[in-house]
Design a protein around this ligand. Structure first.
Ligand SMILES: *[C@@H]1O[C@H](CO)[C@@H](O)[C@H](O)[C@H]1NC(C)=O
Ligand SMILES: *[C@@H]1O[C@H](CO)[C@@H](O)[C@H](O)[C@H]1NC(C)=O
Length: 330
């Protein structure tokens, strides 16, 4: 029996050896080299070099050439294609419904990103509370403490975590070490949560009680733009919003108004609705801390993610279902 074709849509940066040891003997690994989407769609068709692929490794860096895995791309995939294994926790770049209709199973990398993303969120919590960005600018401009005011301690402050999944849980663990009080909101209490963390049944209650609110939920059709005017209204005056999830979850106009009006004293952002563009009004606010989507930008984590995807593909080829299926399949 011939080995199945696996197409790597994206660039393997760290785990070359693992690619070979995990998938090399059980599949033919093909590297995407189509220069653009149109060529790619043609090469997926009858007689094309990708016409027999069984599984796809997808990284978002393929988007600059072949675009998102939307309905059109998914409807062009060959009959043989059964699995799309995505490198990333968030999979809003893939139309999972379209994949499901074709009987294609989609997986992602939930746990591999937890620590690195939570580190980024914790940095943003500390940096916004302590106003370290302004301080660093001063230091580099030779102004020492001129114009700086004392800021705030994390100790004793209430951190409200919206979405207590792997990242939310890893953030809570870190914040606990800084003696923050942890509130979290989820559909249900998390069985894994530390007993010192307080579950609140409504988002409204979490917003009213928190000094810092961290968004740790996926972007999907129900969360898109879900954090807006009404949510900011509920927050304490002078509180802080942290977003390491997806920019699209937040209504950005409402965020800017909340900052301009003083409802929020600061925001710590790693994600934006229109990446790589950042709203100029946010850039001008030096009380905010802005990062260019650095959540998982570490060698160790990116390698872990690559290896996790290879593992999912191997399990898929052996059993018919990848590990780490997205929750829409469950
Ligand atoms: C994925 O790539 C697209 C197109 O380049 C870009 O618009 C989007 O922000 C990227 N998403 C993530 C999560 O990196
Ligand atoms: C979107 O994500 C939220 C948070 O995980 C979840 O509760 C909701 O069911 C999801 N909605 C859709 C349409 O997938």
């Amino acid at each position: 029996m011939s080995k199945p074709d696996v197409l790597i849509c994206g660039t393997i940066v760290h785990a070359h050896k693992e690619l070979d040891t995990i998938l090399g003997s059980i599949s033919n690994v093909l590297q995407l080299d189509s220069p653009d989407r149109e060529t790619f769609l043609k090469e997926l068709g009858p007689g094309g070099k990708y016409s027999k692929i069984k599984a796809i490794y997808r990284h978002n860096d393929s988007a600059s050439k072949i675009g998102l895995f939307d309905g059109q791309l998914i409807s062009s995939l060959p009959e043989t294609l059964s699995f799309i294994c995505h490198n990333g926790a968030g999979y809003d770049q893939i139309d999972v419904e379209a994949a499901k209709q074709r009987g294609i199973k989609v997986s992602h990398t939930p746990s591999a990103v937890d620590d690195a993303t939570a580190d980024t969120a914790m940095f943003l919590v500390l940096s916004t509370l302590r106003q370290y960005y302004r301080a660093e600018v001063n230091a580099r401009q030779g102004k020492w403490k001129s114009g700086l005011s004392p800021a705030h301690d994390p100790e004793g402050k209430v951190l409200g975590i919206v979405g207590m999944g792997g990242i939310g849980g890893a953030l809570a663990k870190r914040a606990k070490a800084f003696d923050m009080k942890i509130l979290y909101h989820n559909r249900n209490p998390s069985p894994k949560a530390d007993e010192s963390f307080t579950y609140v049944g409504t988002l409204e209650e979490l917003l009213e009680r928190s000094d810092v609110v961290s968004l740790n939920l996926p972007l999907n059709s129900s969360t898109q733009g879900s954090f807006g005017e009404a949510q900011f209204e509920r927050m304490k005056t002078g509180s802080i919003l942290i977003n390491t999830a997806r920019g699209g979850v937040v209504d950005q106009e409402a965020l800017v108004r909340a900052l301009e009006g003083g409802k929020l004293s600061s925001a710590g952002l790693d994600v934006y609705p229109d990446e790589p563009n950042i709203d100029a009004r946010l850039i001008a606010m030096d009380q905010c801390v802005l990062l260019p989507h650095m959540g998982t930008e570490t060698i160790e984590t990116q390698k872990k993610m690559e290896v996790q995807v290879f593992g999912s593909i191997k399990v898929a080829l052996e059993t018919g279902t990848p590990s780490y299926l997205v929750k829409e399949h469950k």
